[in-house]
Design a protein around this ligand. Sequence first.
Ligand code: C2O
Ligand code: CU
Ligand code: CU
Length: 468
Amino acid sequence: VIGAFFLIKFIFLNDTASEKTTDISELAARKALPLPPLLEDLNPDPNQAEFHLTAQKGKLEILDGVESHTLGYNGNYLGPVLRVREGEKVKVKMKNDLDEATTLHLHGLRVDGEMDGGPHSGIKPGERWEPEFTINQPAATLWYHPHMMEKTAKQVYEGLAGLIYIEDENSDQLAIPKEYGVNDFPIIIQDRQLDASGSMEYDPGMNDVMMGLYGDTYLVNGAIKPYLEVPKGIVRLRLLNGSNGRTYHFELSNRSEFYQIASDGGLLEEPVEMTTLRQSPAERAEVLVDFSKFKTGDTVSLVDVSTDAKIELMEFVVTNKESGVNEIPTQLAKISHYDPNNAVKTRQFVMSGVGATLTINDKTMDMTRIDEEVKWNDTEIWEVTNQRTGIKGGMAHPFHLHGVQFQVIDRDGEKPPENETGWKDTILIQPGETVRIITSFKNKGIFMYHCHILEHEDAGMMGQYEVK
Ligand code: C2O
Ligand code: CU
Ligand code: CU
């Protein structure tokens, strides 16, 4: 059926001005973009939510006929989308059906340390963990993933990751696409290394520890080069770089512009027009793409241009449906900006990597050591420097802070690019660069800060701060 569908489409494609011609055999073998399910909220009260998640073992066929051992939440790879609202009281019942301990880290969520699911919240095989918290932040696309000491890279690689959508009154009334799987799509990009048999076992070498894992196979929501049928008009893509080590530079294959409307922690003040989006591991970006100028059957691809080889990640196939949204909004959200003059303290962090020795302030992670003590409710500036080290002049590190969303004051004294002027929880820092971020610490407990290249995190490029 799919083959016939594409045969028709292919004939049609040939006489339209499509952006690229695709080999039919390649198209026929393609899978539709897998859409993670929206997880059912088991609490009927509209102000409360209860979600059940089970971390479990599974199998994934990346190449036809070759199975990889994978992990997933409530399924064989990745996990469902948890959709919540600002102000909602949420309970998660998380069960660990793996053979090993895991945690459920809520990346980007402003919750107390005990609910954050960091390395202190290990869940043994067969056990449960049931955090409860109130959503206390604006509409955003966040994510969840495991965070066991020295096991994060492997468990995320094997498939443990999922998205959290927060909605609020502002996002309700904005005229942006919001129909899940219709005009609003989750797009999780990951690179994986297939072995000789075609399966994706996690087997990092020394170079992967030093640089972070770079795989040769690109998955979007768990599939190689999938296609996605999109309506005409404006479509919203919620991009998560769920890779362990790789930073992408996304473009559309026809180099057409798109508009970033949200960064890690929520909507920007205004859409930012761009043709290339850089995204380091763990960063999220919501973008609007205008497919109204395309004809039915036209295709355009999402490509990564971070290397000389332009890598096609997935393909959009424009249908004759309408998205219902035909304009890029001019205003998105009001963001109150921190005044650096109100910061009571500035702390310095130096990220450094020499060979496989990866440190922050010359230390590697120690679970029994609190590196920074922060006073509750204080506003602070964190000045993070990526020390230029090594023969090649060093590498970029994405710095992530748990428990908060922050704002970027400057990069080497210069204003950050427009798409970094909203809420962030992960920020890529180039070799030799110093980035100043500012936030106030409104949740108590023990939290991590670390490089989000997962091989670096597992090698100890992480520290702990305690808010009290
Ligand atoms: Cu996304 Cu400490 O992690
Ligand atoms: Cu996190
Ligand atoms: Cu790093």
